[in-house]
Every structure is written in C-alpha cells, then in structure tokens.
Ligand binder design. Structure first.
Ligand SMILES: [Zn+2]
Length: 216
C-alpha cells in the first residue's frame, strides 16, 4: 500500500549522483545477481556524507557526540518547514526573518529550510551559491530547544568554507544537521513529524538517512 501520509524527503543514492565538490564519488556495485548467482547483493562504497545525510557534533568537535551514543528518540519528533522560496527570505536567511516563526519554533524539535534548491539536484548549479543561514540566525536557532536543523542544499555553510560557522554553532549546541533534503515544499504549512534515522555506526560522525515527514 502506498501511503500519502509519509513524505519521502531523501534523494536516491546512485552512481553519478551529485557530491560535495572535491569529495569522493560513491560507487554502488552489484556483485551478485539473481539470474547468475541465485541471489542479488550490492556493495556500497561511499563517504557517510553522501546524499541525504545527518551530521553529528563529532564531525567538527574533538570527542563530540557520536551517532552510536545518541538515543533513537533524537532522530524523531515534530517538525516545521520554513518556506524560504520566491525571495521570501533572500539568499541569506537572517534572524529577523526567522522571528515571525518564533511561536512555532519554540514548540518544534526540527526546523527544515525549504529553499527550493533541491530542484537543481543533478545539475551543475546545485553546488553553487545556494541559500544559507547567517551566523546570527544560527545563534538564534541555538537558543531554541531543537534536535536538528535540515537543509535542501549541499551544506549549511558555503562550499569551500574553512571554518564552517553555521555547522559549529549548531553542532556545538547538539543540534544535528540534515543536508541534501528534498520535497520540503510538500510540507509547508502542514503538521508533521520528521524522522531521520541514521545507521548505528561506531564512533560515527555522520550517516546517510532516509528522511521522511509523517503527516498528522
Ligand atoms: Zn555532512
């Protein structure tokens, strides 16, 4: 049965998919097939930051929080989508823009920024000049009681950023980042729970996730 109630917010993992500039490309290989071997098996060789994935504090912080130590409840909870499309927020998403959503932000676990950028997935433009939060906006989010912040862009900071300020501000406050989300437009003004369960990787700083929005 197909459920319209669960919205898939994840990109497909496949050979040739976009990766962060300079990163290793994933290699997905069928090493056995039903016709030839009687069973199918696939080998997945890729960085954990490939496709729709979660970043943990240990990504940037020495001895930071890791995936295997997080209780599974940290990956699930009420979410809101902030619509940043059509010039609503501008390319830089500022604290002053976020203030109008404060009453909802105070009651949610996850905030997801819908910039519409996921439409550029699989095009050369995807990794260039995408919208993002400024540091003040990230500091504001850090004052809220959030589990995570999600983006439909390659990163929460610009490509090539050396000090990754938005990552640092959020991760040092134990707010996880979810990057390369898609379909967020389907959840604007909807009431939903967000889920982004990662693989339980020992000492893991990141993992691919199957992110979904579960509408109430
Ligand atoms: Zn990452």
């Amino acid at each position: 049965m197909i459920s319209n109630h669960v919205i898939d917010l994840s990109h497909t993992l496949e050979n040739g998919m976009p990766v962060y500039p300079g990163s290793d490309i994933p290699k997905i290989e069928q090493i056995a097939g039903v016709a030839t071997h009687g069973y199918a098996e696939t080998r997945l060789n890729m960085l954990t930051h490939t496709g729709t994935h979660i970043d943990f504090p240990a990504h940037l912080i020495e001895k930071g929080f890791t995936i295997d130590r997080a209780p599974s409840g940290r990956f699930y909870g009420p979410g809101i989508v902030i619509d940043c499309r059509l010039g609503k927020s501008g390319k830089i998403i500022r604290r002053s823009f976020l203030h109008q959503f404060e009453s909802r932000l105070l009651k949610t676990d996850f905030v997801l920024f819908c910039t519409g950028w996921s439409q550029l997935w699989n095009t050369p433009k995807y990794n260039e000049n995408y919208p993002m939060l400024d540091e003040e906006a990230a500091e504001y989010l850090a004052t809220l009681n959030l589990k995570g912040a999600g983006f439909d862009t390659p990163s929460a900071d610009p490509v090539g950023s050396e000090n990754l300020p938005v990552h640092h501000i959020l991760l040092s406050n134990n707010i996880f980042l979810i990057e390369n989300l898609t379909n967020l437009g389907l959840l604007v003004d909807r009431s939903f729970h967000f889920a982004c369960f990662p693989l339980k990787i020992k000492d893991g700083e990141s993992s691919p996730v199957r992110a979904v929005g579960i509408m109430s």
